[in-house]
Write a protein that binds this ligand. Structure first.
Ligand code: 3HC
Length: 700
């Protein structure tokens, strides 16, 4: 008998229908593989069954192995579902809707035929969680679609839409009908007597172009540095070309076992679950009725406002872009059009898609024109009085029940909400630049924000493709506040003698796509210069940064002026080390009476990241973030922290709270107050507790 709690077997019209029913996405959880084996065996033994169908209940076919089971001991099954399906003497048709990913697609590849609905997606995304397909996918996919296409799919891990999968040869037929089960049964009846059964393992793999695998290794060298999984994926597909099937399977197994418990796989699994956990706000009542968001407005047609408007249009939500100045509005719309056009030119967006999205963004010049929108996001200049003026207008204009969100990165949400008569409808929605690209959305709760407003803002973020993360209202909120100490240490270490290119190299070697100084040059040094000037004017004790001040005052504002921390050739973004920068650093440091010394790479890394770990602990202590893992999600999706290191706090845990505390305490002695160890860090150091599992009292 099949295990009918997670896998059902029913016979209809001579076809045995095997249905995996393990919500929410039919991962291969406990009993699923065994259930498929039992069902296949039952179908084979039943003379009334001519052929079988394998399908998923609910929203998906099979989303792959149960990721929660990795890294833990598992019993080896007597028979694997892959073997049972492939060896079946009666044909099995995989009928795919939703997702067939990882072990899900691998099971489908063991079926004799595959059909799918047009909206289905298939893929082998194991590389994204630091492993490789371990159910024969690296051996079967190259046999089915050729080594080149298989290599690309397995190394990228991308989800392939059904029509493309059909063109590649993964799917035999796309079924248009609404009733997949009926279509699958009809298909199974049609092929029931066809023999021999087509088995992917028996196909001859096409010859690979010489150099295919080395070319792939070279092409991923930069992106995949410090990682093993992408290279193991290549090696496994190479084995499909160079080894007989069974030997290739053994190679795949060996490489899989090397990866399952690797540091990168553990970090990537953690990141996967952290990105889902971040959506949960345990302190909110369950099943809150939330306002429907069908139309949106963005106030401010600058770069940020334009990027936010694009995020709505990209997800099919009509959005009005409001700017009081017709010129600014025209410029903003022009910028949006150019952004889309660049994507079309690069091949990442179809012209038809651009033509569908652009009209969803409607430029308007009056508050009346947006008054009936379900949500408005203000994205104007970052100054409190300016934002307050806008919110007073929004309060007067917007329909009751509309969500009023401010895209501020640092201003007090309560002070913004206070100018309205409906502070319960106000929250922060902090996007990261470029807003249409960056995944992170910090949702900031003000003192009077209603639970439904907060929940609706979180949900809205997800509806426009973002990862919404909760933040309490404090200076810099959570993401930037935890990042500020990094920036401070970056500036101070240069005064003390570390060179920008050394610091950049340490961080690039660590896994960042760019070093922080190269990033500064890209964004322009003048913005933070202005902020420092403002802060210094407001606070006589403000500790400025005279070196970047000098650079800006000399006209070195970064890439746009041909020089900043680095020097740039005309029309080229490659940073070149500049002796002039070295001279300026020495001169300013001497003027400040700071003696320069050399730094080890480890000291640089630790000064940058430990300072942020300490601040993250303070943020958690104060209840401004809910979970350490939320902060990790922010660093991964807002700051380019290498994903295979899990995030700031996951990485810190690898070193341990005690060691970090000791170092921070030593720096506290040496450098003073800015290194005051967080109370939470001290407690974790004493108890041997985990940094990544730290939570604020609010999350319980
Ligand atoms: N294992 C365990 N749990 C899983 C899971 C998996 N493979 N896939 C999804 N889930 C869980 C999520 O954690 C989430 O749980 P929650 O509700 O408690 O937070 C729930 O299912 C729904 O997931 P999402 O919120 O991500 O739902 P979406 O609809 O946005 O996305 C998805 C669905 C595209 C399937 C996405 O969940 C996904 O990418 N899943 C991972 C797919 C994957 O990596 N498969 C390969 C696994 S490794 C493997 O198969 C090895 C094999 O080769 C041997």
């Amino acid at each position: 008998m099949a295990d009918d709690t997670v896998v059902r077997f029913e016979v209809q019209d001579g076809i045995g229908v095997i249905t995996v029913d393990y919500p929410p996405v039919n991962a291969l959880g406990p009993g699923v593989g065994e259930g498929i084996v039992a069902a296949v065996e039952q179908g084979e033994a039943d003379p009334a069954v001519a052929a079988m169908v394998l399908m998923g209940a609910g929203r998906s076919f099979i989303a792959g192995a149960d990721i929660r089971r990795f890294g833990k001991p598992r019993a080896t099954p007597k028979r694997r579902s892959y073997d049972a399906l492939e060896a079946s003497s009666k044909p099995v048709v995989a009928a795919i809707h939703g997702y067939a990913l990882g072990g899900g697609l691998e099971n489908a590849l063991c079926c004799h035929y595959r059909i799918a609905v047009p909206g289905a997606k298939v893929g082998l995304p194991e590389v994204l969680i630091g492993i490789l397909p371990g159910g024969g996918g690296t051996q079967r996919l190259p046999r089915l679609i050729g080594p080149k296409a298989a290599l690309e799919m397995i190394v990228s891990g991308r989800h392939v839409p059904a029509p493309e999968a059909k063109a590649l040869g993964i799917i035999d037929e796309i079924v248009e009908g609404r009733d997949l089960r009926a279509e699958a049964i009809a298909y199974a009846k049609r092929i029931a007597t066809l023999r021999p059964l087509p088995r992917v393992r028996d196909m001859t793999v096409k010859q690979a172009d010489p150099g295919l695998f080395d070319t792939m290794r070279q092409s991923i060298a930069r992106r995949a540095r410090n990682q093993k999984a992408p290279y193991h994926c290549i090696a496994a597909v190479e084995a499909a070309v160079t080894q007989p099937f069974e030997e290739g399977l053994r190679t795949e197994r060996r490489l899989f076992e090397e990866l399952e418990n690797s540091e990168e796989a553990r970090a990537l699994r953690y990141a996967f679950f952290a990105e889902r956990e971040v959506a949960r706000l345990p302190f909110l009542p369950k099943d809150l009725p939330l306002p429907e968001i069908r139309t949106a407005a963005v106030v401010g047609a600058g770069t940020m406002g334009g990027g936010i408007a694009m995020s709505f249009a990209d997800h099919g939500i009509p959005v009005k872009l409001l700017d009081a100045s017709p010129e600014a509005l025209a410029r903003g719309m022009g910028r949006i059009r150019d952004n889309y056009a660049v994507s079309v030119k690069r091949g990442s967006l179809a012209q038809a898609e651009m033509d569908r999205r652009l009209p969803l963004i409607e430029p308007v010049e009056s508050y009346e024109a947006i008054s009936d929108c379900d949500v408005v996001i203000e994205a104007v200049f970052e100054q409190l009085p300016v934002k307050q003026e806008i919110f007073a207008k929004l309060d007067a204009a917007m329909k009751p029940g509309a969500l009023l969100l401010s895209n501020t990165s640092a201003l007090d949400i309560d002070a913004i909400a206070a100018v309205t008569r409906r502070p319960e409808a106000v929250a922060g929605a902090h996007f990261f630049a470029p807003a249409n690209v960056m995944k992170l959305l910090e949702v900031v709760e003000g003192a009077k924000t209603a639970p439904a407003t907060l929940a609706a803002a979180m949900k809205l973020g997800r509806a426009i493709g973002k990862i919404s993360a909760y933040a309490g209202n404090c200076d810099g909120f959570v993401a930037n506040r935890s990042r500020v100490p990094f920036n401070i240490e970056q500036g101070l270490m240069v005064e003390e003698g570390a060179l920008p290119e050394q610091i950049d190299k340490v961080m690039v070697d660590f896994g960042y796509p760019m070093g922080p100084f190269a990033v500064n040059d890209m964004s322009g040094l003048d913005v933070s210069y202005q902020t420092r000037k403002r802060r210094a004017a407001a606070d006589p004790n403000y500790r400025g940064l005279p070196i970047p001040d000098r650079l800006v005052e000399m006209g070195r504002k970064g890439q746009k002026t041909g020089a900043g921390w680095y020097r740039y050739e005309k029309g080229d973004r490659t940073p070149h080390v500049d002796p002039e920068t070295h001279r300026i650093i020495r001169e300013v440091a001497a003027g400040m009476g700071i003696e320069q010394r050399s730094f080890t790479d480890q000291e640089i890394l630790q000064r940058l990241l430990f300072s942020s770990v300490n601040e993250a602990c303070k943020i958690l202590e104060e209840g401004k973030a809910l979970r350490a893992s939320d902060i990790d999600v922010m660093w991964l999706n807002g700051f380019g922290f290498p994903r295979y290191r899990g995030g700031l706090m996951f990485w810190a845990d690898g070193i341990g709270a005690r060691e970090i505390y000791n170092q921070i305490a030593a720096w506290h002695q040496r450098y003073g107050a800015r290194w005051r160890p967080a109370e939470l860090l001290r407690r974790l150091a004493e108890s041997g507790g985990s940094l990544r599992e730290a939570q604020s009292p609010k999350s319980r």
